[in-house]
Design a protein around this ligand. Structure first.
Ligand code: PAF
Length: 298
């Protein structure tokens, strides 16, 4: 039985309907409907627990040329491993649907796990280069899961544009490379990180910070800004990175990495380069692992 429903924004009096699909035939039919007459479909892949950063992705997909925008909400078991906690991942379907409807989303894809990975599924996608190091080391198999689910989402929806946040820079590079290598006809649109007023990058996991950790969390951004400034000013890269790590430890973080890399390949850099550079950081604060990144001017 096909499962596809409509949700209307009653509160604002907006009668624009948002389709909600829970099985693949309904999704394909709904996406085909949105793509008629050369209309371009945007896709925002998410795992739910939506915040303003996700809503900015919807707006960015439209600005990049999408006539209609779909969002997927799927907590992808394939990208979790023993270091992550699938069961602990925040879920709020009703709240997410309200946010998406109010943001003008046209379609939500909410597949059950069996629809995404039917019994007997045996194919996965490995993206060698940009998956290696950093999150690839910290979370073995994570990017295999991300690449596989994103390829499936692109092919299931036939989307023309997919918006991804720069907050997960390595993921953005993995997905961009995967779409390019597999000739999937989709534009991957990078979207700048949305930050709280104090600079903390928005993330679904921020809700797990206690009050004290939340007060400390923006130090990660402050340290990264200082590191980026010093590198631009010409201070020796390895020295600046070591000092940045020490400042993080002094503030109460357990840094996993603070690294300067080539923006596209993620190759670690020991000195400044004329090509685009990115500063990547992952650090634990209590039980919460925070990720952040920023461009570095040469
Ligand atoms: O960034 C995320 O939320 C997930 O990794 C994604 C891209 C939705 C794939 O599951």
């Amino acid at each position: 039985m096909a499962v596809c429903g409509l949700s209307r924004n009653a509160q604002s009096g907006n009668l624009r309907a948002m389709k909600i699909c829970r099985d693949l035939p309904s999704l394909r039919a709904a996406c085909a409907g949105l793509r008629t007459s050369g209309r371009r479909l945007g896709l925002v892949p998410t795992m739910g627990a939506l915040h303003d950063g996700h809503l900015a992705l919807l707006a960015a997909a439209r600005s990049a040329g999408a006539d209609a925008v779909a969002a997927s909400i799927f907590v992808n078991p394939l990208q979790f491993n023993a270091n992550d906690d699938l069961a602990r991942y925040p879920r709020d379907e009703d709240g997410d649907l309200t946010k998406l409807r109010d943001a003008g989303c046209d379609l939500v894809w909410l597949p059950p796990v069996e629809a995404m990975y039917p019994p007997g599924s045996a194919s996965v996608i490995e993206v060698a280069g940009p998956s290696q190091g950093f999150e690839g080391d910290a979370r073995p198999g994570h990017f295999r899961g991300v690449a596989t689910v994103c390829a499936k989402l692109f092919l299931q929806t036939g989307a023309d544009i997919a918006a991804f946040g720069e907050k997960d820079w390595q993921q953005l590079q993995v997905v961009t490379r995967m779409a390019r290598d597999l000739d999937i006809p989709i534009l991957i649109q990078p979207v700048p990180t949305m930050r709280e007023a104090d600079g903390l990058a928005m993330s679904s996991r921020n809700r797990f910070l206690n009050a004290e950790e939340r007060a400390t969390a923006p130090v990660l951004y402050q340290v990264m800004q200082a590191v980026a400034r010093d590198i631009t000013a010409g201070v020796a890269v390895m020295q600046v990175l070591a000092e940045g790590k020490s400042r993080l430890i002094a503030a109460g973080f357990a840094p996993d990495y603070l690294a300067l890399v080539a923006a596209e390949t993620l190759e670690p850099l020991k000195q400044k380069s004329a090509a685009p550079m990115r500063l990547l950081a992952a650090a634990k604060l209590g039980t919460v692992r925070l990720l952040d990144d920023m461009g570095v001017v040469g």
